[in-house]
Design a protein around this ligand. Structure first.
Ligand code: IPD
Length: 299
């Protein structure tokens, strides 16, 4: 069967706007004190009524437009639907990426719509409704951003990334994630220390990056690396729906998506990144917690 990726991308962009509208409406109810949220695993892992309602809306619209496509969504997964990734056209969706932000009214929240064909992410749409930032990418056709200030889509990266002489010039995002048990937290803390620490000031292996950010949305971290406003994003513990759209948008903007912190750190100072690009969604992303890193290739 032939699939028309341009048409699917147009559909996905329209869908992201509808989902964005639902997220805004859900947020308005939140401030009226009507919308509830539940803890999934612990107090740092939340799901809201709006997550579930938005996923249902998106899933229903896709089923109507593309009845034969497969669907993998964060909330369907949480509800016990275990769809394996196959060669079939598959939507991989996070209805609200940045749920904690959503619950607190912190505007770094988005819908993340990824589309995978023959196990390869080929379309990505990320829409942040509070900011009205829309990112979309199609394999082989580049990534684009539209904002209220610049409604006409502009190709990413917005400016050629400056070659970074070292990590000391880099703005790096990393996330704390919701898994804070001692062994996992110890790994994260060691990595954070290594990324931020001053080796001249006694922190062994410290990279002393220029700045660090934890904005609370994996998808928007990818989008900002793609746009060139972050140099690197590192996290342990992402899921396919957090990263699927971002992988397309970032790669189409010339970023490397690599699988470990060390690979990412190495790639910042050389063109080693080349050999370490993922061409497929790593299948283990569907089942587990992984390292995911993105950077703009600056050299
Ligand atoms: C989470 C956010 C968070 C990241 C987690 C994600 P959610 O997604 O992107 O920043 O640290 O790894 O799972 O739960 O808000 O959809």
């Amino acid at each position: 069967t032939m699939i028309d990726l341009e048409e699917i991308q147009t559909f996905a962009v329209q869908l992201s706007k509808k989902a964005g509208q639902a997220i805004l409406e859900g947020s308005a109810r939140r401030f009226e004190g009507l919308s509830g949220f539940d803890e999934k695993k612990n107090t740092a892992d939340l799901v809201t009524e709006t997550d579930q309602a938005t996923e249902k809306l998106v899933k229903d619209e896709i089923a109507r437009a593309y009845p034969h496509h497969k669907f993998i969504g964060e909330e369907s997964w949480a509800a016990g639907e275990e769809n394996q990734l196959t060669d079939e056209p598959t939507w991989i969706i996070d209805p609200i990426d940045g749920t904690t932000n959503f619950v607190h009214g912190f505007p770094f929240t988005c819908i993340s719509i990824g589309f995978v064909y023959r196990k390869e992410p080929v379309i990505g749409v990320i829409y942040a409704p509070f900011l009205e930032h829309l990112y979309h990418g199609l394999k082989g056709s580049g990534s684009y951003i539209s904002t209220p200030q610049h409604p006409a889509p502009r190709r990413l990266p917005l400016a050629e990334p400056l070659p970074l002489p070292s990590l000391r010039q880099a703005l790096v995002a990393f996330e704390w994630g919701s898994d804070r048990k001692s062994d996992i937290l110890a790994k994260k803390l060691r990595s954070f220390q290594r990324i931020t620490g001053d080796s001249d000031g006694g922190v062994e292996g410290g990279q002393m990056v220029q700045g660090v950010r934890s904005m609370g949305s994996a998808a928007l971290n990818f989008a900002n690396v793609a746009a060139g406003s972050l140099d690197l994003y590192w996290e342990i513990g992402c899921w396919a729906w957090d990263v699927c759209a971002g992988i397309v948008i970032a790669k189409e903007a010339g970023c490397a998506v690599v699988g470990s912190r060390d690979a990412a750190l190495a790639s910042l100072s050389s063109s080693a990144a080349e050999g370490q690009r993922f061409n497929d969604i790593p299948p283990e992303l569907l089942t587990g917690r992984k390292y995911v890193v993105v950077r703009a290739i600056a050299d």
